[in-house]
Design a protein around this ligand. Structure first.
Ligand code: BES
Ligand code: ZN
Length: 952
C-alpha cells in the first residue's frame, strides 16, 4: 500500500506542482520494468571491464535509489600527488532493486560495504559488495546479494583512491611560483558539469541533490577549504590535521568543492553577517582587495534584490593558478582563474576591472540561480548561465554604475547574434546526453542569448513585474530543480505568496475569478512567447515598410550568409515564427510604442506623420530590423542632420543591423558605410567604437588576404577620418571608463597602422620601461600597446619574455603574452607555441588564448593552423573534447579563413577527426563561417574598393 501511494504521488509530481506536496521529486524515465528487462534480456546490456554483464545500459542513472547524504573524507598528499578517500552515502531505496548504479571515473575502488538502518542501529558490520565498472558511461554498479527493500534507507561505504588529476577537472593539482622562485603545489576541485565523479563515486546528475559532510586531512603547512565553514580541526598522530566542515545545504554534486593550499586571504563581513574572504597565493595577496570590496557590495545587492538570504555563514573566493574556464560557482567556495579575481592597480586596465567585477557578479548570482534553484538537466543549462549573465547587468549597473556596463551588455547580444544567425546554431533548450555534448552546451547561446532574451522579456513585462516573478521562482523552487516552464509560470503568475494555489490557479479572498483568468491568459502568453525563443534556434528579422502613416511589418528568419535569392533560403525559413515584442519610436515624439508581432505579417497605424521610424528602441529586443523603401535613407538623413535625435543605443543598433544586413545580402555595403559617415560628429563613445569596429574588421580581412590596394586605402581612410580624435588622446589613465576605453582602442589602431606619432610615443615609453628594469609604471590603458610596439624588436621581445616569467600579475602577463604574439617573426611565434605546449613558462591554461592570438596575426595564422592540425592528439591529451579550450583552439585558428582552398583544407581536417570518432558542433559553425566569409568578400570587396576611392 505504502508503495502504490508513493507511486501515485510520484506521478503527480511530474506535473505542475512538483514537490510542493512531497519531499522527493525525481522525474524518472525509468521504472522497475527496466530492471525486469535486465533479468529477461541480458544481451541488451553492456559488458563491464571484468567481462560480466553490467546491469544498466543508459547514460542517465536509474532512480530506484537516490542519495540523501554523503559523508566524505579526503586525504590528498601534495608530495606524492595522489589522494586516498572514503565516503558513506546514505541512500533511499524507492523501488526494490539488486544493484546501485553510481558515477565514477578514473577512481580505484578498494572496498564497498552496505549497511541497512538496522545494521547501523545494532552496529552490525556492513556486507561487502561486488563492484562492476563500465568506463564508457563512467558508471559503476554495486551488486547486492539480496534485493534492497523499497522505502528503506541504506548506507553504502566506499574506500577509494586516485592520482590527483593532471588536467583541470575533478580533483587536480595546480602549481605556482613564489617570488623566491620556488614551485609550490596545491590541490583543487572543479566539477561542473560531470566531473564530481572523478573525485568521489556519486550520483553525478543535477537532480540528485543531497547534503554533504566533508572532512579533509592535511599537513600543518596547508589549509583546507570547502563549501561550508569549518567546525573543528583534529590533530592526528604524526602531526597531520583533519578539518571537519559543517554539513552543506541540499545541493547538486557539481557544486561540491574543496581545496588544500597554503594561500593567504583578506576578509570582510557583508551586511547580513556573512563572512567573505578572498584567497590567493601569498605573493598575490596585495591584488585581492578590489575583489573583496566588489564581492561584499554584490552579496549585499543580491540578498536585497532576491529578498532571500545567502544561506551559508561564509563565502570564499579563491584565485587558482591553473584554471580551465573563467570561474566556477561552487556553493560557498567560488573558484576563479587568477585574472578573473585579482586586480593589480599597476597593471590591470579598466577593461580588466570590468571583467573582474562581471565575473564576481556572475558567480555570486549563481549562488541563487543555479545553486539554490538548479535546472533539472543540462539541456536547460541556459537557466543557470543565461540568468547569471543577465544578473551581471542588473547588479553591476547598481553596484558599479561608473563602469557603464549597459553598452557591453548590448555588445554581448551582438556577439551571439553572429553565431545564432548561422544555420548551425541550436535552440536554447537543447538535448544533451554525453559528457562531451553537455560540455558543448556551455556556449554563447546558453550564456549570451539566454541573457539577451531575459532582458527582452524584462523590457516587455516591466522591470518590477519581472523582478517579482524571478523572486517567486527562486522562493518556490529553493533547494530544488526547475525547468523552463516553471520559470515562465512564475513570471506570469500574479498570485501573492499568501494566496492558496492549486493546479495553476490562485485563490484568495480579495482576488476573484477574473484575476484567475488574467493569470491564465498571461501565463499562456508568456509561455507561448518564450517557447518561440527557447525551443527554436535563430533570430528573427523584422522588415518594416512604411507608407504614410501605415506600417507593414513582416518577420522572417535572419540568416547570415544566405541571401534571399539563394535556392536554400526558402527551406531554411520553413516553420519559423516568433512572438516578437516589438517597440518603436518616431521623429514626432519620445513615446515608445509597443506591439507583439505574432504572425508573419501585420499592419500598424502611426498616430501622427513622421519623417522616420526606428524599431527596437534601445536595442532591448533580440531581433534585427530592416527598413524597406526609403526607411534607411530617412534614418541616415537624421543621423547626418542631428544624430542626438536618436538615442545612443539606437545609433549603435543602426550601425550593427546595417552591417548584419550586408552579410545577409539585404543592404549594400556602401549604404552601411555611408551610414558611418556621421560618426565624425558622434558624441557617444560606444557608438563611435561600434563604427570603428566594423572598419577595423574590414582592414583585418583585406590585410589577411593580401588585398594590398584596399588595405592601404583603408589605412589611409581610418587615419585620416579618426585623426582628430586620435590626436586628442593623452597617454595616461584619465577620464571615465569609456574615455579610457576609447583611448585604448584608438591608440591600438593607430600604432597597428604604424601611425608615426603613436609608434614614437610607445617606443619611448617602452625604452624607459626597459631602462627602469620593468619598474616604471606605464599607464594601464596603453600598457598592451606599448608592449606590442616594444615586441617588434628582438631585444624588446626577449625582454618581454623574461618579464613574463617574473611577473606576478595575471593582468600584466596577459598583456605581455598578447604583445609577444604580435611579432612578425615566425620562429618567435613558434617558440611561444612550444612554451605553451610545455606548460611551464606559459601555463597550459593560457595555450588556447595564445593560439587564438597567434592566428589573428597575419604572420601567424598559417603557423597556428598547421600546428593545430599536426598536434591534435597532443592537444586532446591536455584538454577534453568539447571543453572551452578545445573549442576556442578550433574556432580561433580557423574562423577567419576566407578562401575556397582554406575551406577545403578545414573540411578535410574535420572529416579526419570525425573518422577518429571526434565530432563537435563547432565544426559545422566554423565551416559555415568560412563559407560566409568567402561569400562576403566575393560580393563586397569591389564595393569596398570603390567606396574607398570616392571617400579618400
Ligand atoms: N558555471 C560556469 C563554469 C563552467 C564553464 C562550468 C564551463 C562548466 C563548463 C561559470 O559560472 C561561468 O559561467 N564562468 C564563466 C565566466 C562568466 C563571467 C561568463 C567562464 O568560465 O568563462
Ligand atoms: Zn556561469
Amino acid at each position: 500500500m505504502a508503495n502504490s501511494h508513493r507511486k501515485l504521488i510520484f506521478n503527480i509530481s511530474i506535473g505542475f506542482y512538483c514537490s510542493a506536496v512531497i519531499q522527493i521529486c525525481i522525474c524518472s524515465q525509468f521504472t522497475s520494468s527496466s530492471i525486469d528487462q535486465f533479468n529477461k534480456d541480458r544481451g541488451a546490456f553492456p559488458v563491464a571491464i571484468n567481462g560480466e554483464i553490467f546491469p544498466w545500459h543508459e547514460l542517465r542513472l536509474p532512480t530506484m535509489v537516490i542519495p540523501l547524504h554523503y559523508d566524505l573524507f579526503v586525504h590528498p598528499n601534495l608530495t606524492s600527488l595522489d589522494f586516498v578517500a572514503s565516503e558513506k552515502i546514505e541512500v533511499l531505496v524507492r523501488d526494490a532493486t539488486q544493484f546501485i548504479i553510481l558515477h565514477s571515473k578514473d577512481l580505484e575502488i578498494m572496498n564497498v560495504t552496505l549497511q541497512s538502518e538496522e545494521d547501523l542501529r545494532y552496529r552490525r558490520p556492513g556486507r561487502k559488495l561486488t563492484v562492476l565498472s563500465y568506463p564508457a558511461h563512467e558508471q559503476i554498479a554495486l551488486l547486492i546479494p539480496e534485493k534492497l527493500t523499497a522505502d528503506l534507507r541504506y548506507s553504502v561505504t566506499i574506500d577509494f583512491q586516485a592520482k590527483l588529476a593532471d588536467g583541470f577537472e575533478g580533483f587536480y593539482k595546480s602549481t605556482y611560483r613564489t617570488l623566491g622562485g620556488e614551485t609550490r603545489t596545491i590541490a583543487v576541485t572543479d566539477f561542473e558539469p560531470t566531473q564530481a565523479r572523478m573525485a568521489f563515486p556519486c550520483f553525478d546528475e543535477p537532480l540528485f541533490k543531497a547534503n554533504f559532510s566533508i572532512k579533509i586531512r592535511r599537513e600543518s603547512r596547508h589549509i583546507a577549504l570547502s563549501n561550508m565553514p569549518k567546525v573543528k580541526t583534529i590533530e592526528l598522530e604524526g602531526g597531520l590535521l583533519e578539518d571537519h566542515f559543517e554539513t552543506t545545504v541540499k545541493m547538486s554534486t557539481y557544486l561540491v568543492a574543496y581545496i588544500v593550499c597554503d594561500f593567504n586571504s583578506v576578509s570582510g563581513t557583508a551586511s547580513s553577517g556573512v563572512k567573505v574572504s578572498i584567497h590567493a597565493a601569498p605573493d598575490k595577496w596585495s591584488q585581492t582587495h578590489y575583489a573583496l570590496e566588489a564581492s561584499l557590495k554584490l552579496l549585499d545587492f543580491y540578498e536585497n534584490y532576491f529578498d532571500i538570504h545567502y544561506p551559508l555563514a561564509k563565502l570564499d573566493l579563491v584565485a587558482i593558478p591553473d584554471f580551465e574556464s573563467g570561474a566556477m560557482e561552487n556553493w560557498g567556495l567560488v573558484t576563479y582563474r587568477e585574472t578573473s579575481l585579482l586586480f593589480d592597480p599597476k597593471t590591470s586596465s579598466t577593461s580588466d576591472k570590468l571583467w573582474v567585477t562581471r565575473v564576481i557578479a556572475h558567480e555570486l548570482a549563481h549562488q541563487w540561480f543555479g545553486n539554490l534553484v538548479t535546472m533539472e538537466w543540462w539541456n536547460d543549462i541556459w537557466l543557470n548561465e543565461g540568468f547569471a549573465t543577465y544578473m551581471e547587468l542588473i547588479s553591476v549597473n547598481v553596484t558599479y554604475p561608473e563602469l557603464q556596463f549597459d553598452d557591453d551588455f548590448l555588445d554581448m547580444c551582438f556577439e551571439v547574434i553572429k553565431r545564432d544567425s548561422l544555420n548551425s546554431s541550436h535552440p536554447l533548450s537543447n538535448q544533451a546526453e554525453t559528457s562531451t555534448h553537455i560540455k558543448e552546451m556551455f556556449d554563447a547561446v546558453s550564456y549570451k542569448k539566454g541573457a539577451c532574451i531575459l532582458n527582452m522579456l524584462k523590457d516587455f513585462l516591466s522591470e518590477e513585474k519581472f523582478k517579482k516573478g524571478i523572486i517567486r521562482y527562486l522562493k518556490k523552487f529553493s533547494y530544488r530543480n526547475a525547468k523552463n516552464d516553471d520559470l515562465w509560470s512564475s513570471l506570469s503568475d500574479d498570485c501573492l505568496e499568501s494566496d492558496s494555489t492549486s493546479g495553476g490557479f490562485c485563490y484568495s479572498d480579495s482576488k476573484t475569478a477574473s484575476n484567475t483568468l488574467t493569470f491564465l491568459r498571461e501565463n499562456v502568453e508568456v509561455k507561448q512567447m518564450m517557447a518561440t525563443w527557447t525551443l527554436q534556434k535563430g533570430i528573427p528579422l523584422v522588415v518594416v515598410n512604411r507608407e504614410g502613416r501605415s506600417l507593414r511589418l513582416q518577420q522572417e528568419r535572419f540568416l547570415n550568409g544566405v541571401f534571399k535569392e539563394d535556392p536554400e533560403w526558402g527551406a531554411l525559413q520553413e516553420r519559423y515564427l516568433w512572438h516578437i515584442p516589438v517597440t518603436y519610436s518616431t521623429s514626432s515624439s519620445n513615446a515608445i510604442h509597443r506591439h507583439i508581432l505574432k504572425s508573419k505579417t501585420d499592419t500598424l497605424d502611426l498616430p501622427e506623420k513622421t519623417s522616420w521610424v526606428k524599431f527596437n528602441v534601445d536595442s532591448n529586443g533580440y531581433y534585427i530590423v530592416h527598413y524597406e523603401g526609403r526607411g534607411w535613407d530617412q534614418l541616415i538623413t537624421q543621423l547626418n542632420q542631428n544624430h542626438t535625435f536618436l538615442r545612443p543605443k539606437d545609433r549603435i543598433s543602426l550601425i550593427h543591423d546595417a552591417f548584419q544586413l550586408v552579410s545577409a545580402g539585404r543592404l549594400t555595403l556602401d549604404k552601411a558605410l555611408d551610414l558611418t559617415r556621421y560618426l565624425q560628429h558622434e558624441t557617444s563613445i560606444p557608438a563611435l567604437l561600434k563604427g570603428l569596429e566594423y572598419l577595423e574588421l574590414f582592414y583585418h580581412i583585406t590585410e589577411r588576404r593580401n588585398v594590398s590596394d584596399v588595405t592601404e586605402n583603408l589605412k589611409h581612410y581610418l587615419l585620416q577620418y579618426f585623426k582628430p580624435v586620435i590626436d586628442m588622446q593623452s597617454w595616461c589613465d584619465e577620464g571615465s571608463v569609456w574615455d579610457r576605453r576609447l583611448r585604448s582602442a584608438l591608440l591600438k589602431l593607430a600604432c597597428y597602422l604604424n601611425h608615426a606619432p603613436c609608434i614614437q610615443k610607445a617606443t619611448e615609453l617602452f625604452s624607459q620601461w626597459m631602462e627602469s628594469s620593468g619598474k616604471l609604471n606605464i599607464p594601464t590603458d596603453v600598457l598592451k600597446i606599448v608592449y606590442s610596439v616594444g615586441a617588434q624588436t628582438t631585444a624588446g621581445w626577449n625582454y618581454l619574455l623574461e618579464q613574463y616569467e617574473l611577473s606576478l600579475s595575471g593582468a600584466e602577463k596577459n598583456k605581455i603574452l598578447y604583445a609577444l604574439s604580435t611579432s612578425k617573426h615566425q620562429e618567435k611565434l613558434m617558440k611561444l607555441i612550444e612554451l605553451g605546449m610545455e606548460g611551464k613558462v606559459i601555463k597550459t591554461q593560457d595555450l588556447a588564448p595564445l593560439l587564438h592570438a597567434i592566428a589573428r596575426n597575419p604572420k601567424g595564422q598559417q603557423l597556428a593552423w598547421n600546428f593545430v592540425k599536426e598536434n591534435w592528439i597532443h592537444l586532446l591529451k591536455k584538454f577534453e573534447l568539447g571543453s572551452f579550450p578545445i573549442r576556442m583552439i578550433i574556432s580561433g585558428t580557423t574562423s577567419h579563413f576566407s578562401s575556397k582552398d582554406e575551406l577545403q583544407e578545414v573540411k578535410l581536417f574535420f572529416e579526419s577527426l570525425k573518422a577518429q570518432g571526434s565530432h563537435l558542433e563547432i565544426f559545422q559553425i566554423v565551416l559555415e563561417t568560412i563559407s560566409k566569409n568567402i561569400k562576403w568578400l566575393e560580393k563586397n570587396l569591389p564595393i569596398l574598393r570603390n567606396w574607398l576611392l570616392i571617400s579618400i
